[in-house]
Design a protein around this ligand. Structure first.
Ligand SMILES: [Fe+2]
Length: 229
C-alpha cells in the first residue's frame, strides 16, 4: 500500500555522503527519521518545515556515521528508537571499538526498542516493516514502507555494503540480498544509506537485473567473490 500524501525527504549530510530520510504521515503529522547523523539541526529544521513531529527514529545499523546524531536527537525529541535486537547486543559488545557511550543508551533506555525480522512499526498511520538483513553488520535492517525501501548499508545502487568490517559476514550478506530483498516487488523505490554512484534514484527491479551482487547464485560463490573465502 502507498498513500500519495506520504512525505519522504532525503538529506545528504556529513563527509561520507550519508543519506538521512524523513518519512512523514500527513494525517497525523508524525514523522520518522531514518539514521539521524552528522547535522541534527538540519534534520530538525527539515522536520519543522514539513510541519511534522518526530515520533520515531529508525536505525538501519549502529555504525557511527548512521547514528552519531542519535543522542542530540533524543535531547530534542522523545522519539522511540527502533534497533534490531542483534544490533543492540552487537553494539554493546563493540562499544569500545566504535566509541559508543553506553551510559547514554542506559540513560535513555526507555526510548530504545529492539525489533526482530518481520515486525511492524506504525509511523502515524504508515505501517513500516522491519526486514533483518545481516551481512554488513549483524543487526542491519531495512525498512519497507509501502513501495519505499530504506536499505541502509545493505543495498546501494549497483553495490552492497562492505563485508570486511568487524561483525560483517559475507555469507549472511548474500542471503540478505538474494533471499530476502530479491523476493520483494520490482517497483519498490530504493533509498540507500549513502549516495554512492551517479544515480539519485533506482528501483529494486533495476537492482535485481543489474546489481552484480544480486547475480551470484550461491553464498559460497559470493564469499569467494568478496575475497573472504
Ligand atoms: Fe555502515
Amino acid at each position: 500500500m502507498n498513500s500519495p500524501g506520504w512525505i519522504i525527504q532525503q538529506l545528504e549530510l556529513g563527509p561520507m555522503m550519508n543519506l538521512v530520510y524523513l518519512l512523514g504521515c500527513p494525517e497525523t503529522g508524525i514523522a520518522a527519521v531514518v539514521d539521524p547523523a552528522w547535522d541534527v539541526e538540519s534534520i530538525l529544521r527539515a522536520v519543522r518545515q514539513q510541519d511534522l513531529r518526530i515520533g520515531h527514529i529508525l536505525v538501519t545499523h549502529a555504525h557511527p556515521d548512521h547514528v552519531n546524531g542519535l543522542e542530540e536527537m533524543l535531547e530534542a525529541t522523545d522519539a522511540a528508537v527502533w534497533v534490531n535486537a542483534e544490533e543492540m547486543t552487537y553494539t554493546r559488545n563493540m562499544a569500545r571499538i566504535y566509541q559508543i557511550p553506553l551510559d547514554f543508551l542506559d540513560r535513555r533506555a526507555q526510548n530504545f526498542h529492539s525489533v526482530s525480522d518481520g515486525e511492524q512499526i506504525m509511523v502515524g498511520n504508515i505501517p513500516v516493516l522491519c526486514i533483518h538483513t545481516p551481512g554488513h553488520s549483524p543487526g542491519s535492517q531495512c525498512f519497507l514502507a509501502g513501495r519505499h525501501l530504506f536499505s541502509g548499508d545493505t543495498l546501494f545502487f549497483g553495490a552492497c555494503g562492505r563485508v570486511d568490517l568487524p561483525g560483517s559476514d559475507p555469507s549472511r550478506m548474500w542471503h540478505s540480498l538474494n533471499r530476502k530483498l530479491k523476493i520483494l516487488e520490482d517497483d519498490i523505490i530504493l533509498h540507500p544509506g549513502h549516495s554512492y554512484g551517479d544515480r539519485s534514484t533506482s528501483t529494486l527491479g533495476e537492482q535485481k537485473r543489474n546489481n552484480p551482487y544480486m547475480q551470484i547464485d550461491s553464498a559460497e560463490s559470493f564469499v569467494r567473490a568478496m575475497g573472504a573465502g
